[in-house]
Design a protein around this ligand. Structure first.
Ligand code: GLV
Ligand code: GLV
Length: 321
């Protein structure tokens, strides 16, 4: 295929040379994000662009690329970093990586939920710092899943995979909210309820929806005020679904018991951020899909989507715009 393909990020596929022989490649060969100026320069004239969720692909990038650009392939299931309206207007196709990261992300969500509810980071810290003096009846007590009510906001591919994994812990009721009931919820005996009911009744509130104008800032003061004081909040979707000031206030005041976040605004979260000073907040560095095999499969799929977009073939995973 002719022209230049800009490829930011260190994305390893099994056989990069198979692409090199067919395409002229411009590669940002570093694990650090491609600097904006470099992206704007290298994308010029490209027919395809492979990007990561840390690359904001907006009108400026599209204009810098020019009219050749016909495909953008992102190594992520989320696409809130892509200016979809601008992309659609220009007739550019988009590839992404759903399904292949569902299991890894659901596993991480369960790990984060248990770590937060059972206060693992605090316990580990106490062991290391000498704070562990003896077995004490009430020391480091948290919350268990057995007999609990779990509320999942957004029972999509990942939300359902989380629910499937949580159910066997003895979860009594599985609630979910979203625009309409989902037939696949039957498998986890999920009850479709209004968001307010989910918040009032859940012991664990798990956010697993995509970031859209509708969900931006969804978890705000009003949202947290409806949750139980003993409830644990978990977010592995996108940071901007949460109003972080309101979350901070809810955690600091005891409005909710604890929060586990794999996503924040901004990313990375500054090390002096007040959320990091709270013992009831567990923050992870956006590692939902980070298993070695999942990242490998994501890289392959991202490359395949790109190549199919360049040749005009059907992509393995094309985003319907
Ligand atoms: C991860 O957050 C992704 O969107 O793939
Ligand atoms: C805990 O270790 C117990 O024996 O109850």
């Amino acid at each position: 295929c002719p022209g230049v393909t800009a490829v930011p990020g260190q994305v390893h596929t099994e056989d990069p040379d198979s692409q090199r022989s067919e395409c002229k490649l411009s590669v940002w060969d570093s694990d650090e994000p491609v600097p904006r100026a470099e992206l704007l320069k290298q994308v010029e004239g490209a027919h395809g662009l492979l990007c990561l969720l840390s690359d904001r692909i907006d009108a400026e990038v599209l204009d810098a690329a020019g009219p050749n650009l016909k495909v953008i392939s992102t190594m992520s299931v989320g696409f809130d970093h892509l200016a979809i309206d601008e992309i659609k207007k220009r007739g550019i196709r988009v590839g992404y990586t759903p399904d292949v990261l569902t299991d890894a992300t659901a596993e991480l969500t369960v790990a984060l939920l248990l770590a937060t509810a059972r206060r693992l980071p605090e316990g580990i810290q106490e062991v290391k710092s000498g704070g562990w003096s003896s077995w004490k009846p009430l020391w480091l007590c948290g919350y268990g899943l057995s007999g609990s009510t779990v509320g999942v906001i957004g029972l999509g591919r990942i939300g359902l995979a989380i629910a499937r994994r949580l159910k066997p812990f003895g979860v009594k009721r599985l609630l979910y909210s979203g625009r309409q009931p989902k037939p696949q919820a039957g498998e986890v005996e999920g009850e479709h309820v209004p968001l307010d009911a989910l918040l009032c009744e859940s012991d664990f509130v798990v956010v697993s929806c995509s970031l859209t104008p509708d969900t931006q800032g969804l978890c705000n003061k009003d949202f947290f005020s409806k949750m139980k004081n003993t409830a644990v909040f978990i977010n592995t979707s996108r940071g901007a679904v949460v109003n972080q000031e309101d979350l901070l206030e809810a955690l600091a005041s005891g409005q909710i018991a604890a929060a586990g976040l794999d996503v924040t605004t901004p990313e990375p979260l500054p090390t002096d951020h007040p959320l990091l000073r709270l013992s009831n907040c567990v923050v992870l560095p956006h590692i939902g899909s980070a298993t070695i095999s999942t990242r490998g499969v994501m890289a392959e799929l991202t490359a395949q989507n790109l190549l199919c977009g360049l040749t005009g073939d059907a992509m393995p995973s094309e985003l319907q715009l």
